[in-house]
Design a protein. Structure first.
Length: 204
């Protein structure tokens, strides 16, 4: 009969299982990975993961929630860092976003490159996803409150998000040619959006 585990032992195994799952899910896709493969990666019996998670969907949800929280923390730290201007704060958030994606490509892929149809069944995943999404518009709400942005912060935030996410996914999938620098491409896209927004604001 399995012995009772301490909270620390439970947390440690869950972390190790999620580490293995993040790699296998990102490499092969969640549908192609089995609980048996996850157990084998940790050198435990196929039934052991079920002591910690209901099923594979629950593991995927936990892995993705963990990634969203880490992503949000990186952007929140950038937001909280001293900045001389709103433009500098926006640039710091953009830089943190790119750095996170490049440093954690597997986590980033699982955050944005898969669809989990039952995501709403996992409150922690919903909370973490909402937290991550909020980090990409928080500074824009500040600009709107200061009278410096006259458009919907959510719409503008998604425009900048698209300008970041598209090049990052091209980079991670090896689709950018060697003569295209990721950061130069992102800078050109975000500059074009900013210039267009200010031009619209100037004319209205």
């Amino acid at each position: 009969m399995p012995r009772n585990l301490s909270p620390e032992e439970i947390a440690d195994f869950q972390d190790r299982l999620c580490d293995a799952a993040e790699h296998l899910f990102a490499e092969h896709g969640p549908d192609a990975v089995t609980i048996r493969q996850l157990a084998s990666a940790l050198g435990v019996s196929p039934m052991t993961p079920y002591r910690y998670f209901k099923d594979k969907d629950a593991i995927l949800a936990t892995v993705r929630a963990r990634a969203f929280d880490a992503h949000a923390q990186a952007l929140e730290d950038a937001y909280a860092a001293p900045a001389a201007s709103a433009a500098e704060r926006a640039h710091a958030i953009e830089t943190a976003y790119v750095q996170f994606a490049l440093a954690h490509p597997e986590a980033y892929k699982l955050m944005f490159d898969i669809r989990q149809p039952n995501a709403w069944d996992y409150p922690e995943l919903v909370r973490a996803s909402d937290r991550s999404r909020a980090t990409m518009t928080r500074h824009l709400y500040d600009l709107a409150a200061a009278g410096l942005l006259h458009e919907d912060p959510v719409l503008v935030g998604h425009m900048y998000w698209a300008a970041l996410h598209g090049p990052i996914m091209l980079q991670l999938s090896g689709m950018l040619t060697p003569d295209i620098d990721l950061r130069v491409l992102i800078a050109a896209l975000t500059e074009a959006i900013t210039r267009a927004r200010f031009e619209i604001a100037r004319r209205t």
